[in-house]
Design a binder for this molecule. Sequence first.
Ligand code: AMP
Length: 211
Amino acid sequence: MNITVFLGAPGSGKGTQAKRLAESQNFIHFSTGDMLRSAMKAETDVGKKAKGFVDKGDLVPDNVMIELIEAALTGIPNNTKIILDGFPRTVPQAEALDQKISTAVNRALYFLVPEKDLITRLTGRRVCEKCGEPYHVESLPPKKEGVCDKCGGNVIHRKDDSAEVVGHRLQVFHKLTSPLLSYYKTKNRLKELDGNRPIDTLQKELVQILN
Ligand code: AMP
């Protein structure tokens, strides 16, 4: 498998970029955040295990996440191009991907965005409950308030994008996820990108890098 990992703090634009690449290029996009939200909505075992962690902005335990992604990647043809968005989020998850799941990561792209911009992006972020299309109250509102332009689903404010939870999620990122930067750097697989640019500009650069 050809696996690219998108790394970045919450709100750094990984999901938006990955979604567009999946629509316009030949990539399969796995967002563990979306997978967990669907599981929570459907009240599956994974959803029930995850809910308390997700709502508080904490990470879901590694064993749950590793099983989830392992199941998702099983049976996928070898020549598939995959973007992992939101996984791995800890060093043990990255090790599992490289060793246990025997699906070594080809490259990791890090979306760098200043902290103050992350907070504005996250607290103003809205998302379609049905298809996951991202919006922003100021910079990218849906044409009709509360309704997704793409699928007509409800555009909502995620509970974990509230001002109280956002600060905690950023702390969790610095403590548990940012060590992944050294993990992939030591393996010469890390590329840093300026994530503070217009969506289309960054998308063009990604298309070049990934093809
Ligand atoms: P996201 O949509 O990527 O911001 O993820 C939303 C939430 O899902 C995170 O704040 C975590 O609670 C949980 N989550 C998503 N991916 C992971 C992961 N790889 N490891 C642990 N928790 C995760």
